[in-house]
Write a protein of this length. Structure first.
Length: 275
């Protein structure tokens, strides 16, 4: 009986090795910069990033100049004017600056990078799961500010070279344009973000800002959603590894290589890994 067991173990090791090679090939979802107007080609350390972009200085997709421009009322990044319906209060503007820093600087948005059809970028983010607190605090601090548009990505009057409200539109409070936090987070940038009920620190949602002294919490979030994306494309059941009922996410071509006699790996023996 020794030979069949040894052959079975050999097959198991081969399958795990093949699976790890497939995973390595898919790491394009992790630690990447999107192909957009101001992004670096690859993430890397930046000596100094300005103010609210500073948490990303150890590994950033933005340059110091981009981080500085992100804090201006009307920056050279996109000629976009926050004050299109009057002066935006500092407590509200803080969230839009953090939003800009996340978009420009984060190397942890790979699982949500999508193709873009605009002239100024080839890729964008779509349905990034924002933490509940980030979305609700953004809405609470901006609900009394006024704006004239629901979707800030398009439809502006650019006749003067900067965004102005379209003809016939009225400036109204955020709370009317965006009745709920979900409306603000999902609609303002064409579904770049997705409202979630997940909390900061859960490992299941992206934080718009974080304390760099505590490390970047979005790294583990990106790993989790990259694993989910791989599992889905491989056609395996969506069971998170940490539930204790994990199945290794093996693509179907590798599953065909499994021997007829399955080798069962005991629960405490490791196996699939944390992600």
């Amino acid at each position: 009986t020794g030979l069949p067991v040894e052959m079975g173990l050999g097959w198991a090791l081969f399958v795990l090795l093949a699976a790890s090679m497939v995973m390595a090939a898919k790491d394009s979802l992790l630690n990447v910069c999107m192909d957009a107007k101001h992004h670096k080609t690859k993430p890397g350390p930046e000596g100094m990033l300005h103010d609210q972009c500073a948490p990303w200085k150890d590994n950033a997709c933005c340059t110091a100049n981009t981080s500085s421009e992100a804090h201006k009322d009307q920056s050279n990044l996109y000629n976009f004017n926050w004050n299109h319906c009057g002066l935006m209060p500092p407590k509200c503007k803080r969230h839009f600056i953090q939003d800009t820093c996340l978009y420009e600087c984060s190397p942890n948005l790979g699982p949500w990078i999508d193709q873009a059809d605009s002239s100024w970028r080839r890729e964008r983010i779509l349905h990034v799961p924002l933490c509940k607190e980030d979305c609700e605090e953004w809405w609470a601090d901006c609900k009394d500010f006024v704006t004239c548009k629901e979707n800030w990505h398009k439809g502006w009057n650019w006749a003067t070279g900067t965004n102005r409200c379209p003809w016939g539109s009225m400036c109204r409070p955020f709370s009317q344009i965006f009745p709920r936090p979900k409306d603000l987070c999902e609609k303002i940038w064409s579904n770049s973000y997705k409202y979630t009920t997940e909390h900061r620190g859960s490992g299941r949602c992206i934080q718009m800002w974080f304390d760099p002294a505590q490390g970047n919490p979005n790294v583990v979030v990106a790993k989790y959603y990259a694993w989910k994306k791989r599992s889905s494309s491989a056609g395996v059941e969506d069971v998170a590894p940490e539930t204790g009922k994990a199945v290794c996410a093996l693509p179907w071509p590798i599953l065909l290589l499994l021997p007829l006699t399955l080798v069962v790996v005991p629960g405490g023996a490791g196996g699939c890994g944390s992600h």
